[in-house]
Design a protein around this ligand. Structure first.
Ligand code: SF4
Length: 256
């Protein structure tokens, strides 16, 4: 039977998901349960409620590798001109690791640069399968402390850190992406611990994603509780101290 993937969206002309102009393929499904998640319809635990969303944000499709590639390759001239390519994102890409790896193999066969944004929460075998097929790893790093990670994201980070160490040992180019979340990881000591962790992992570049409320309405539409209801958004100007901690550690650090 032909391999298929559950795809949430395909976004063209992405400029924040790796170098150059890219097409970002969003995978449906996520085993984490981040309390601030802006895409709760991606989470496995809310799969039934996702149907209640009233707009086209829930554009789930079951697609073959060839079908996805047909859309991705439409913009090949832009990738070639800009140094761009294809980025896989989620949800959690590693939940469909076979399909993700097959997609990246097909892209590389056409000379398309491949990147994947992932939490790294998967078995070492699944992680390795994807790692071998990508040129750039965009790794979501939420917290260095296993208990705090579990409290915020529903799972602890031991598996994630093991996979990250494997990526570092393989010298895979990596960019860390940190969602900066009030009441979870926005304190200076959180930034210091994260900076230490990333330095140990030989990561040199960090993107900070300040907390926003773009997902708030989805919780209302889906009728599920939202722990961050009414919490103020963060802005880069609120987080100068936070960024400075990474800069002082010698890391390149920008806001997305
Ligand atoms: S990893 Fe991303 S998609 Fe999954 S629950 Fe957390 S914020 Fe949501």
């Amino acid at each position: 039977m032909e391999l298929t993937g559950h795809i949430f969206n395909i976004q063209k002309f992405s400029i924040n998901d790796g170098p150059g102009i890219r097409t970002t393929v969003f995978f449906q499904g996520c085993p984490l349960a981040c309390r601030w998640c802006a895409n709760p319809e991606s989470q496995n635990r809310f799969a039934d409620q996702a149907r209640l969303l009233d707009d086209d944000r829930c554009r789930r499709r079951v697609m073959t590798v060839d079908q996805v590639m047909a859309e991705v390759l439409q913009d090949k001239p832009f990738y070639d001109q800009s140094g761009g390519g294809m980025t896989l994102s989620g949800g959690e890409v590693l939940q469909q690791a076979d399909f993700a790896a097959a997609l990246c193999r097909a892209a590389r066969a056409q000379g398309v640069h491949t990147a994947a944004e992932t939490t790294g929460f998967a078995s070492p075998q699944r992680f390795q399968m994807l790692l071998e097929e990508i040129d750039l790893l965009l790794i979501d790093v939420k917290h260095f402390d296993p208990d705090k990670h579990r409290a915020g994201a529903g799972v602890d980070n031991r598996l994630i850190l093991d996979n990250l160490r494997a990526a570092a040992a393989a010298d895979k180019p990596m960019i860390a992406r940190i969602p900066v979340i009030p009441r979870f990881n926005s304190a200076p000591e959180d930034a210091q611990g994260l900076a230490r962790l990333l330095t140990d992992l030989k990561v040199t570049e960090v993107h900070l994603l300040p907390f926003h409320q773009l997902g708030e309405r989805k919780y209302q539409q889906m009728g599920v509780p939202y722990d961050y209801d009414g919490v103020d958004q963060l802005h880069p100007e609120d987080l100068a101290y936070y960024r400075q901690i990474f800069l002082d550690t010698g890391l390149e650090c920008t806001f997305l």
